[in-house]
Every structure is written in structure tokens, then in C-alpha cells.
Design a protein around this ligand. Structure first.
Ligand code: AMP
Length: 422
């Protein structure tokens, strides 16, 4: 399948060509025709599947056709997304795919002064990308009218719920014209999200690219069992591998992220932290330093990392195991994007074993255990995991479970096999 076969107009085709996109990803293949036909869409897709382009391309095309008939600029499309980073990246995507069109778009988010955003709005725009708080704020000040809106996109709906934005989302929805096209994206579909989808979509077509809560097949996963006090040494050890050109390291807390950065600096590894206590500018600067290769390691908390989109990211390291199992899926989805290969390793200490077990249950598969590393966990207790289909598998620290067939392979090197491949 080619973009041409999806009836994409030539100005967008040449923009996609400039981006180096050869073929549509599965979600693009499925979603683009539905959206060009003007239908509502319920998209169950994790990040890294190409979902931004799946909605941005048809929106640009629909708007370009409509724009030919009108001169007056007003907001016709609203994309609501949970984090500033994601909002900025979606805005960049609209800029990239729409570079040969005359449509105007802008992005608004909190944590920065509103002046520049208000100015951009006052010049007149067609497409607005926003986080919920700043949107409601500028709406209440009278800078934004959504009365002419024709397309509404709710992105990462499950994350909106996790971050406590669901009431803000409902407030925004209440202000939208009833006659509109609605696109609803979520990586997972907990009941509350399903309920919200039912209330805002009309006869939607459903597109599901990876079943909710599964990890991309292209991501090679592994776990190190380690004592909490040794995690910092283990991180230094893992990062000694020169093949790891860039790594995104996750911690549970902001304080934890800062601590990891400090420790890495001590061994001369370039690193910066990105989390909610940093100013928007500091976060953007850290992100571009990382993207441009000026720093090797970006240490992030889950909320701050949402939407980090670095095409060439090969390694994700879970320095701490997330409490919410779905977060694991989101985290490792930062690598292996759009079918590329990626590696995700997790450092699991004794206290985190229950959380790790819940992750295994959620993703329904084994994660190979790295043995022979210099900082093995002192506890020798067995970790029993119950994957679906009532199959009991016992993984001992120091054993590498076989892929699905119950065999136990040994991996003596201290590094995941895939680390050696790169
Ligand atoms: P997303 O799931 O929207 O966060 O996109 C994941 C990554 O895939 C982004 O870096 C996009 O630039 C990239 N991407 C999206 N569509 C394609 C495509 N058709 N071919 C190659 N890369 C793509």
C-alpha cells in the first residue's frame, strides 16, 4: 500500500516524501480512508504506531478542500492532548505534513506566559493543538471561539484520565458544536474511557492496531534483578556499552530523576533530567540536546516523557519499575517507533517484584532475565508469574525464560543479546 493509493493529494504526498515516509503504517492505512469519508473514529493505538500522521494527514486534506471555498480564518480543528511535549510534537507534525498547504496552525499549553500564544491566535488559525488547562483558560478570557469547529481530536484519552484532566476534557467537549467529526485515540480502553468515547462519538468506526496493552513486537525486552542500592552501579555498567548511543531512563519521581543525573555526571556520562519541576524552556532544551546528540542520556518521569518522540531512540531503561502496569507499555513505546527495532531493559528490585509481575500479566508474555551481571539481587526468592491462558511459568532470577515455549535459556554475558547486536 502507498500513500498515493490512499488518495492523498499531491502537496501532502510530496511533504511525506520529504519526511522519508515510504508507506503508510497500519493505523494510517486503516484510519485515513475513514477520516477522509468524514466519519467518527475510535482509534486504539499506542504511541509509535504513526497515529499522529494517521489523523494529521486526512485533517489537512479535508481542510485544504474546505479552505478553497473560504477566506475567513477561524478554528476549524481542535486537537486536545495531555502534555506540552506531545502538543508541541503534534504541532510540528502539522507543520511538516502541511508544509505545502496554506493552512495555519498553532499550539497552546500551560507553564509559559500566554502573550505569544494569544498573538498567534489573534492572527487567525485553522488548526489548534492544545492542552486542556490552557485551552479552558484562554477560552474563558475570550481569546478562543470554537463555534465554527468541524473536527475534534481527543488524543491519548487514557492518559488524560491518569493525569486527572478528564473533567477539563468534558468541559471542553461541552463547548463544541454538536455537528462535528470526532476522533478519539487511546492506547488502552479502561471502562471510564470507553464510557467517555460512547458519549462523544457518533457511530464511530473502530481501528485497533495493536491490542490494548501489548508491547510492540519489535522491542527487545529484558530485566535485571538487582538490589535497590546497586541500581546506580548497574546503570553505569549497562551504559558502559558504547553501542548505546542514546538512552531514555525512567524514574518514578522527579527527585529520583535528578539523583540519577547527578550520579551519571560523576562517571562522566552526559545526562539531563526532564520533569514537571523544570521550566518549559529547560525541558525543551534538554529534549533538543538529547535529540541532537549533545547528551547521551535523558532521565525522565512518566508524565514529562509522555510524547517524547525521538525517531532514533534505541534504548529505554526502566531504572524503576512503574506502579501502573500500562505505564510500562507507554514507556517502552518510546523506542521501536514505527516498526524500528528498540531495546527496553528494566531494573527490578525486591520491593518492585509485585509491580513487575503485574506488568508480565498485562503484556501476557515473558521478559528474559539477564544473569551473570556484576550486581545480582541478594534475595533468591522465586518470581512466579501467571501469564494468561492459565499457563504457570516460573522464572528464577538468573534464568532466561524461553520465548513462549517454557524452555529456559542461559545468557551468560551480563548483557541482553540484543545489546551485543548493536
Ligand atoms: P506517533 O505514533 O504518531 O508518535 O509516530 C511515531 C513515529 O513514526 C514518528 O516519529 C513519526 O515521524 C514516524 N512515522 C509516522 N508515520 C510514518 C510512516 N508512514 N513512515 C515512517 N515513519 C513514520
Amino acid at each position: 500500500m502507498t500513500f498515493n493509493e490512499l488518495n492523498i493529494i499531491s502537496p501532502i504526498l510530496s511533504a511525506l516524501d520529504a519526511e522519508g515516509y515510504k508507506n503508510p503504517t497500519p493505523i494510517q492505512e486503516q484510519a485515513i480512508p475513514i477520516l477522509l469519508a468524514g466519519k467518527d473514529l475510535l482509534g486504539c493505538a499506542q504511541t509509535g504506531t504513526g497515529k499522529t500522521a494517521a489523523f494529521a494527514i486526512p485533517i489537512l486534506q479535508l481542510l485544504d478542500a474546505a479552505h478553497a471555498e473560504r477566506n475567513h480564518r477561524h478554528i476549524k480543528v481542535l486537537i486536545l492532548t495531555p502534555t506540552r511535549e506531545l502538543a508541541i510534537q503534534i504541532n510540528e507534525s502539522f507543520g511538516a505534513y502541511g508544509r505545502n498547504l496554506k493552512l495555519k496552525h498553532t499550539v497552546i499549553f500551560g507553564g509559559v506566559p500566554q502573550g505569544a500564544q494569544v498573538q498567534a491566535l489573534q492572527k487567525g488559525i485553522d488548526i489548534l493543538i492544545a492542552t486542556p488547562g490552557r485551552l479552558l483558560d484562554l477560552m474563558s478570557q475570550g481569546y478562543i471561539s470554537l463555534k465554527d469547529l468541524s473536527i475534534f481530536v481527543l488524543d491519548e484519552a487514557d492518559r488524560m484520565l491518569d493525569m486527572g484532566f478528564i473533567h477539563d476534557v468534558k468541559k471542553v467537549v461541552a463547548k463544541l458544536p454538536l455537528k462535528r467529526q470526532t476522533l478519539f485515540f487511546s492506547a488502552t480502553m479502561p471502562p471510564e474511557i470507553q464510557k467517555l468515547a460512547n458519549t462523544i462519538l457518533v457511530n464511530p468506526e473502530k481501528v485497533e492496531v495493536t491490542p490494548a496493552s501489548t508491547t510492540a513486537e519489535t522491542i527487545d525486552q529484558a530485566v535485571y534483578y538487582v538490589d535497590k542500592k546497586d541500581k546506580r552501579l548497574l546503570l553505569n555498567f549497562v551504559l558502559r556499552d558504547p553501542k548505546i548511543k542514546m538512552a531514555l531512563v525512567f524514574t518514578r519521581t522527579k527527585h529520583g530523576a535528578d539523583k540519577v543525573v547527578k550520579e551519571l555526571h560523576k562517571v562522566d556520562i552526559t545526562a539531563e533530567a526532564i520533569h514537571g519541576n523544570k521550566s518549559q524552556n529547560a525541558r525543551q532544551r534538554a529534549l533538543s540536546n538529547f535529540k541532537d546528540g549533545r547528551i547521551r542520556v535523558l532521565v525522565a518521569t512518566d508524565i514529562a516523557a509522555r510524547g517524547i518522540d525521538v525517531d532514533s531512540l534505541t534504548h529505554v531503561i526502566n531504572y524503576e519499575i512503574p506502579e501502573v502496569p500500562e505505564t510500562y507499555v507507554h514507556r517502552i513505546g518510546r523506542t521501536g517507533r514505527a516498526g524500528a527495532a528498540g531495546i527496553a531493559v528494566s531494573f527490578c528490585d525486591d520491593e518492585e517484584r509485585t509491580d513487575f509481575r503485574n506488568i508480565l500479566k498485562l503484556i501476557g508474555k515473558q521478559i528474559p532475565v539477564i544473569e551473570g551481571h556484576p550486581y545480582p539481587a541478594s534475595g533468591s526468592g522465586q518470581l512466579t508469574i501467571n501469564p494468561p491462558k492459565n499457563k504457570q511459568v516460573v522464572a528464577r532470577p538468573g534464568a532466561v525464560p524461553g520465548a513462549g515455549n517454557g524452555n529456559v535459556r542461559r545468557r551468560p554475558t551480563g548483557s541482553p543479546r540484543s545489546f551485543d547486536k548493536r
